[in-house]
Design a protein around this ligand. Sequence first.
Ligand code: ADQ
Length: 471
Amino acid sequence: MARIFIISNRVAIPKAGIQPGGLEVVLKSTLKKNPCVWLGWSGEVNDTPRTHTIKKGRNSYIVLDLRTEDFEEYYNGFANRVLWPIFHYRIDLAEFSRRDLSGYRRVNEQFADELAKVLKPDDIIWVHDYHLIPLAQALQSRGLNNRIGFFLHIPLPPPEILTAMPHHDTLIPALGAYDLVGFQTDGDAANFARYLAKELGTGSHMSLTLGSGRRAMRLGTFPVGIETRQFTRLAGRSVRTKFVRKVINSIPGKLIIGVDRLDYSKGIAQRMEGYERFLLGHPEWLGKVTYLQITPKSRSQIKEYAEMEQAVSSAAGRINGAFSEAAWTPVRYVNRPYSRTALAGLYRASRVGLVTPMRDGMNLVAKEYVAAQDPDDPGVLILSRFAGAADEFRAALLVNPYDPDAVGAAIGRAMAMPQDERKQRHAELYASLLRNDISDWGDRFLAALAGPQKGRSSRTVQDLSDFITPS
Ligand code: ADQ
């Protein structure tokens, strides 16, 4: 059985008592079904970097430290200050420097060096996310021609935005060195196809061989899902726990929930404004609804994130200042992470799930909220049309997060929605979750990587036109 090498910025080493994080949940069944080696950054910054290998059953985890300079330039710099904002359509927030780009390339070379020590010719490589775009090229320049796929967890913007990124013309075509490039949505894949057609003049029907000229690259859409039934069961148990009951008993009336990392892509400050418009337009709900926003801080050392922390807390303060009463606080803004179990119960206890990113690759919170509901008395999902999940979740209340009046109106509609309509919408959303469960997501990607004949959802670049003008 061929080994699967999973390569990502961070590695999640399973530890007793620690709940699995995002990527680990997504890759759980791949890690269970195949002998895997997972390689990435240890999370340690160390000027004499070390590499550790940890074995767990038939899987191994190889973690490497980063030098201070590399951490600053690759992670804080190019990945988080250039690729993250630009891929989320925020050219205005990108801070490009050549130094950061060379740090980014250097870490990709470091990863390739480590891989070169352990790879065997029939190992299959699956690279995750925007931190590692040039990795396939770096491996091929070392003569390593393993089958290799790439999955982008975040959005890919159209060429009109991508081309604003300095050095896009060497970086984006580097994806051509992969055998398969996977995206969350057809829209992202179409943007990539349009970039190739426009910038490289591939035309929409040309066979395309980029990079080393060895095999043709293919692209495909593989929307990430969740473990639907397990999450439903978890929510059913969790809603009865002491913790969730205490939260429910502490609020008057209905609960609206938002759960996000503190990131500008998630639109938390804009969402607060939408809630404010709802309170202004629906005085009948004053004192009868509480919006709980759970948001652990992230990337606080980056200026834009620190500014956003400030903007979100001042929006919460403004709303509470204007509307609070002695026995009612309209917004509860909580800056710490909660366990998956606690979140599942809180989702189930909430009448509305407010998921309004300005732009998001998929957004698993939207999927978790739907999975957590009681089918006999479900809550309503309000979802940004700019989340990848909106492609599958047509039965949610879709909103434009740039329009606070529309968000406010959607909250009003959700609060008043009759049970029959809630049940019908939930049934439709839940069916779509089951159709795209995470349990076979890895299998689908790996089957497509093994060859076009096996891939159900991958298309070859000869079919670029399918993506450019989807039927
Ligand atoms: P993220 O940007 O991290 O992921 P998301 O898809 O919402 O966003 O996943 C977040 C995960 O973290 C969820 O499982 C959620 O429950 C958990 N989480 C969020 N806030 C939390 C909190 N306050 N406390 C505890 N847990 C919390 C990236 C991309 C997404 C893409 C995923 C998966 O940005 O677009 O959906 O990868 O591909």
